[in-house]
Design a protein around this ligand. Structure first.
Ligand code: HEM
Ligand SMILES: [Ca+2]
Ligand SMILES: [Ca+2]
Length: 296
């Protein structure tokens, strides 16, 4: 059974340890927040929020995190979970799941960079399976048509509005050049000066595949609604971001969120609460991992 105070008896310092770990990590590595939000999203959409994304591959198993779409997930996000787990194992051994750590840390990071606070139910167990072959078809790609992205979320019970609100996470963080490079030359949805600037920023990309650009060029480190305002000005980065503005199904929500940050925060918070319990495992369907990167 899930509850908001699941660890109040078994690990009373849970909230404090997560909060402290998050604060220290985010201050020393400011890209942690965006990386962790994406890590959590990629965990949840593939078979639920069950920490399956955290497992490392072995000679006998190619794990989720080695699926091509997950290779760009930053080490800092994994490191954050490891640090929190280490601290929690000292205070309350064998008690806190990696899935709960990731869910709570994500919430704290969103709040820390300016986004809304929301409640996270606790009591998830960690899944005993993680396979790279499960990933395909469960995560959206920027080259997918909006209708495909919509149906992918719908298949998991998320409405168009919830999908648009969740996509507002692109108000922080960055994307590697390869994720948007191909459509810069002939896509008329881009502001022309912006497209030129992106071409310059990515010019060396074939030699340097680590080159990347902020998702929200205006306020890249602040969780706000500026991402939605950018879209109407041709300042979206990914093709799918432009799609949110150009598709008649999603455009009304983009416009609402661009105008009304409170509304965006409310809808994002509610959608994140819903995402946070998607496909979770309780009881004997999962375990409390000793290490977040290995099944017990
Ligand atoms: C709607 C379809 C979506 C598509 C096609 C998409 C695609 C992408 C891509 C290609 C990147 C760049 C990754 C890189 O180059 O390292 C990215 C980054 C990011 N995505 Fe999404 N995404 C979507 C929705 C979401 C949702 C729902 C969330 C969270 C709730 C999210 C959170 C993020 C974050 C925070 C980053 C920045 C990561 C970082 O800075 O390390 N995305 N996304
Ligand atoms: Ca998962
Ligand atoms: Ca922003």
């Amino acid at each position: 059974r899930l509850s908001y105070n699941y660890y109040s008896k078994s690990c009373p310092s849970f909230d404090k340890i997560i909060q402290e770990t998050v604060t220290n990590k985010q201050i020393t590595s400011p890209s942690t927040a965006a990386g962790t939000v994406r890590l959590f999203f990629h965990d949840c959409l593939v078979n639920g929020c069950d920490a399956s994304i955290l497992v490392s591959s072995t000679p006998f198993n190619s794990a989720e995190r080695d699926a091509d779409i997950n290779l760009s997930l930053p080490g800092d996000a994994f490191d954050l979970v490891t640090r929190a787990k280490t601290a929690l194992e000292l205070s309350c051994p064998n008690t806190v799941s990696c899935a709960d750590i990731l869910a709570a840390a994500t919430r704290d990071l969103v709040t820390m960079v300016g986004g809304p606070y929301y409640n996270v139910l606790l009591g998830r167990k960690d899944y005993r399976i993680s396979k790279s072959s499960y990933v395909e078809g469960n995560l959206p790609r920027p080259t997918m048509p909006m209708s495909k992205i919509i149906s992918m979320f719908a298949a998991k019970g998320f409405s168009v509005q919830e999908m648009v609100a969740l996509s507002g996470a692109h108000t922080i963080g960055f994307s590697h050049c390869k994720e948007f490079k191909s459509n810069l030359y002939n896509d008329t949805h881009y502001n022309q000066r912006f497209a030129k600037a992106l071409q310059n920023a990515c010019a060396d990309y074939p030699k340097n595949p680590t080159l990347s650009v902020f998702n929200d060029i205006m306020t890249p480190n602040k969780f706000d609604n500026v991402f939605f305002d950018n879209l109407g000005k041709g300042l979206g980065l990914l093709e799918s971001d432009h799609g949110l503005y150009n598709d008649p199904m999603t455009n009304p929500f983009v416009k609402i969120y661009a105008k009304d940050e409170n509304r965006f925060f409310k809808d994002f918070a509610r959608a994140m609460e819903k995402l946070s319990v998607y496909g979770i495992k309780t009881g004997r369907r999962g375990e409390i991992r000793h290490r977040c990167d290995a099944i017990n």
